[in-house]
Design a binder for this molecule. Structure first.
Ligand code: SF4
Ligand code: SF4
Length: 184
């Protein structure tokens, strides 16, 4: 992916809108309340990511899903900027879980477009390899022991592998192309 954000015209063409998209998304866990969004903008006003850039706007994401602008949403790597802090969820007067909607859109991007940030691929691969998001170095484990902390629970890697296979995550992970940085 290029490093520069392309200008996307604000004019929306009718053929860009998929009327079924909002219903498909609202069926998925975390996105059920999508249609309750009345565009008050509280989520954007309180979002720490929106505060520091000009293009990540949770309110706009909710509206774009309602309008069915699937291609625009899934081709925009800004989706990966959400830090999952849940401020928007806590403050939404309608109980819309924007963080959940973003998660659903990210999952769809990986599934349908086979693309994800490099760091997400690395973290997911670590879970598959070690059962944890991070691979703990031996020195860290020794330090825990020296401080009298109990050993970390041993993950059942066979079960982890089975979950990855049954959910199709292994295949998606293998196929996914990566990008290092969100365009600015
Ligand atoms: S705070 Fe809730 S209702 Fe208001 S724009 Fe954001 S998602 Fe929509
Ligand atoms: S969860 Fe994401 S969208 Fe919501 S406030 Fe935090 S960074 Fe913004």
């Amino acid at each position: 992916m290029s490093e520069t954000r392309e200008y996307v015209p604000n004019v929306i063409k009718a053929e860009e809108m998929d009327p079924k998209f909002k219903y498909e998304i609202s069926k998925l866990p975390g996105a059920e309340k999508l249609m309750l969004c009345f565009q008050c903008g509280t989520c954007t006003a309180d979002c720490p990511i929106s505060r520091f850039n000009d293009f990540y706007r949770p309110r706009k994401i909710a509206r774009m899903v309602q309008l069915g602008l699937k291609d625009r949403l899934l081709s925009d790597d800004a989706l990966w900027l959400c830090s999952t802090c849940f401020t928007c969820v806590d403050h939404c007067p309608q109980g819309v879980e924007i963080a959940g909607i973003v998660r659903v859109l990210r999952n769809l991007t990986v599934k349908e477009r086979a693309v994800m940030p490099l760091v997400s691929k690395e973290l997911a691969s670590n879970i598959l390899k070690a059962g944890y998001v991070y691979e703990f170095p031996e020195s860290r484990l020794k330090r825990r022991e020296m401080r009298g902390l109990p050993p970390l629970p041993k993950p059942n890697l066979e079960d982890v592998k089975k979950i990855f296979e049954l959910t199709g995550s292994s295949e998606m992970l293998e196929k996914a192309k990566t990008f290092e940085k969100v365009k600015s």
